[in-house]
Design a binder for this molecule. Sequence first.
Ligand code: LFR
Length: 481
Amino acid sequence: MINHIAVDIGASSGRLVLGRLEHGVMQLTELHRFPNQFQRKGNHLYWDIDQLFKELIIGLSKAKQAGIEQCTLGIDTWAVDYVLLDAQGERLHDVYAYRDARTNGAPDSLHQHISRADVYRKTGIQELPFNTLYQLYVHDKEQLSQTDCLLFVPDYLYYRLTGKRINEVTNASTSQLINLTNGQYDEQLLELLKLSREQFAELVEPGTVLGPIKESLRQEHQLPQCECIVVPTHDTASAVVGVPATGERPWAFISSGTWSLLGMELRQPIHGAEALAANYTNERGAFDTYRFLKNIMGLWMLQEVRRLDPAGYGFAELVELAAQEQPFVSLVRCNDDRFLNPEHMIEEIQSFCKETKQPVPYTSGEIARCIFDSLALTYYDYMKELQQLTGVKPEVLHIVGGGANNGLLNQLTADLLEIEVQAGPSESTATGNLIVQMMTSGEIDQLSTARDILEKSFDVVSYYPRHIEGKQELLTRWAQL
Ligand code: LFR
């Protein structure tokens, strides 16, 4: 039996999960969990990358204490954020967090040099102000000129562990710098940023064996012998590998965490005029796939409410409180940029409701209800677009990630979208990460086998559509907001 460890770090927490295949069933054990949060320093928001690395090491030493002598290891995190290294291999700057306001207005400014449509035709990536393309566009020019190598966040953690520099493709593609046609960094976009191809690392696919962690590190911290395997380092790419989709029925997914990523796994990208207008993205997936999807503001809104709400309710409590409220009373356009990182999420939601002459939510339950109803309606809109753009009508919607535990939102989604929802597993990012390690180690032969194993290994809860009274009026009201 081989030990595999997934390092999975999201915007609000990180974890190290031990995964093993026992008699065809995947067994998970959480080794270590830690909080994550961006911090304001001066005028900007940054991740504490040294602390994240420390937590990774703590997790690995816990593995050793638990008797793990040997393992493989894969790392995934959120995408788009990066580290610039100087000629000595040292960081040139603190790691900016993508919600930092420095990219406000950057897309418009960049598109004076190359049109939005041209960038989309080249990259197939949705325009989000925080894409690496725009972050680099506003990055300090002197630091850019001193850059020996750009690594994305998980690439950098691998580098700290092994000393090896790579750019993993599922993450690199989300940067909006990769040309869809040849799969390489786009020369014209690099030129615009005054960067050259030599300032990036080799692009590698998930499943590449990177090698052992540095011996010095292993001895200093009493770590197991770890062989690093490159997994889909973009967390959403791992989450989609971890979707337990089996059988022939066409399916779509929502990877539900800080973001809700709604889309389909495709063999070919779709990046024509209609997809551009709908701002759908084609992010590279593992095993020659594309994640055709849309970012939806997601549980970030609730995380912020929790941070600000003196009542201090947990997620499960907020779901319970919301379930006791009347549905569809106050609705917000959650994908409006104003909710990306407002000063005060609760006040921003309340202002939106006031401006649009809706009842203003005040209690924790009312606010949570407003968020869940609005998310489900946003899913409705984007699912309709997804069907139009792909020409496929999914019969099952897999909801994976932490948000899969939200029974209220799962049922609302089934009702509004009139589709069977299969919710779970909530650890799909870690399981997707582990699957690629298991496939690389030769324990699983192909992705379809892996998904059969997932279906057997985890509880998946089905939600079937129920009738919503006054649905047409609701949709009209929503469309007019
Ligand atoms: C989810 C995610 C999304 C990406 C956003 C920013 O954690 O990785 O896929 O759009 O974070 O990187």
